[in-house]
Ligand binder design. Structure first.
Ligand code: XIL
Length: 464
């Protein structure tokens, strides 16, 4: 064994030891040298998972890669409604239990997918509607989440409930037609059945700030403000030949709502950009401290539901692809999750340099009651997204209001992390319950989307 190999092993063992002792948050160094996806992710406090098709568990090439590289698994189909409740009230957990047993024998955690989805419903449920369907849905959530209680780290409680396109609205489905509150009802039922699992909303075409992801964002914000038990949002990330430049910003705006985010079904069209796109997604997750893990939707290209797209990290032979190396490198280069020490750190001595002799600035900092706001704009023809920073003055704030005068013809269509009054002319944005109270100098961020031009907006901030 050469020296380099010994060093690598030592790093892995030390990191694994720290994780086992529950000290993930004490990891401070950034560069690391894991040699498998799961080791490199674990060194950064994350998991790296794969969707597993039950019948592949007897394929030894497949299982070798699965157990060497992945420390989380999710059933590609075996925990869906048609698989788990083929006849009403008759539950079949054969496939799900087999996957859980595999995971437990191999040190893997399990994501649950998916309790309610408009697809892959058993025929009997597809034929139902109204209150009969609603109670069948809730019973399904309760029974399945109870069966797997204590074995699932995160459940996709609801999958794909939003429409594609520009509406930002819910998708029509038999589930949706039972009443708009079906999603929150499902989350309450899941929490009651398995209080230890993180409860996620999961969807696709949410790979940047767009109408669909904003519709979901607004739902999650509403759920958080009303205490609906949601803990995480899954971004499926079935990707083509490019990655949206605001992919990371989109993850971050959800994280800022106080939910975890997870990349849940990652696969990428093959071609020149595949390795870069995989790396870009991995970097985005590493750069968002609430991004707790990445799952690829399968193991090898020939295991993928995307057929000839060759969308995964391994060739059918088991060989690692360029995309594998780019993901591994991005994991190793990523920052560890920000430490949050429970004991105070050492007190460092104050600076010994004399105070500066330059005169004080002529514009005084915001007064005791004050706050300042600044806008940064991302515009396209016919629309814009404005990100606003609110900075508290020397006395801090109990709440804040930001007024913005829009150019003629512009109007606000969506707001996050603030409440808007009005949509044209002068629009007032007030804090929401979790971001009004700021210490001196502390910053809150909110944003809004609009149609027309957002050019030249000058915000004014008042604090209370
Ligand atoms: C897919 C599976 O990979 C296929 O085997 C199955 O035939 C159809 O479903 N979004 C999801 C996943 O949430 O459950 C889907 O999985 C892929 C799209």
């Amino acid at each position: 064994m050469n020296h380099k190999r010994v060093l690598r092993l030592a790093v892995t063992v030390a990191a694994t030891g720290a994780l086992a002792a529950g000290m993930t948050m004490t990891l401070t160094s950034t560069a690391s040298a894991g040699t498998t996806l799961k080791a490199s992710a674990a060194e950064k406090g994350r998991y790296f998972g794969a969707a597993v098709a039950g019948q592949k568990l007897s394929d030894s090439t497949y299982v070798t890669i699965l157990n060497r590289e992945f420390n989380s698994v999710v059933a590609e189909n075996d925990m869906k409604w048609d698989a788990t409740e083929p006849q009403q009230g008759r539950f079949n957990y054969t496939g799900g239990d087999r996957l859980v047993a595999h995971a437990q024998a191999n040190g893997q955690s399990v994501r649950g997918h998916a309790l309610l989805w408009y697809q892959q419903q058993p025929g009997w449920a597809r034929d139902m509607s109204g209150s009969a369907l609603r109670s069948a849905m809730m019973n399904h959530v309760t029974q399945v989440a109870t069966h797997f209680r204590g074995k699932i780290h995160s459940w996709d409680v609801v999958n794909e409930a939003f429409a594609d396109g520009n509406s930002g609205a819910r998708r029509d489905s038999n589930l949706q037609r039972t009443g708009n509150d079906w999603i929150e009802a499902a989350f309450y039922a899941a929490r009651a059945a398995d209080p230890g699992a993180k409860l996620c909303y999961n969807d696709y075409n949410t790979d940047g700030i767009n109408a669909k992801s904003t519709g979901i964002y607004n739902m999650v914000r509403d759920f958080k403000s009303r205490g609906v038990p949601i803990d995480c949002v899954g971004f499926q990330s079935h990707l083509g030949t490019s990655l949206s430049s605001d992919y990371q910003a989109n993850l971050q705006r959800f994280a800022d709502l106080d939910v975890d985010v997870q990349i849940t079904e990652l696969d990428v069209m093959s071609g020149g950009n595949q390795a870069n796109i995989f790396a870009g997604v991995t970097r985005a997750c590493m750069n968002v401290s609430r991004c707790t893990g990445i799952t690829t939707w399968g193991v090898r290209d020939c295991d993928s539901w995307r057929g000839s797209d060759n969308a995964l990290l391994f060739e059918c032979s088991g060989n690692k692809k360029a995309a594998y190396t780019s993901v591994l490198n991005a994991l190793n280069a990523g920052p560890a999750i920000t430490p949050s020490p429970t004991t105070p750190g050492p007190t460092t001595p104050g600076p010994t340099t004399p105070p500066p002799t330059t005169p004080p600035p002529t514009t005084p900092p915001p007064g005791p009651e004050g706050c300042t706001a600044s806008v940064s704009l991302n515009s396209w023809t016919g629309g814009f997204v404005a990100s606003v920073k609110v900075t508290a003055g020397s006395a801090g704030t109990n709440g804040w209001n930001v007024s913005v005068t829009l150019p003629g013809g512009a109007s606000v269509t969506n707001t996050w992390s603030a409440t808007a009054s009005g949509s044209t002319g002068t629009v007032r944005f007030a804090n929401v319950n979790y971001n009004g109270r700021l210490a001196a100098g502390q910053v809150a961020e909110f944003g809004f989307q609009g149609t027309g031009s957002g050019a030249g907006m000058t915000p004014t901030c008042t604090a209370s």
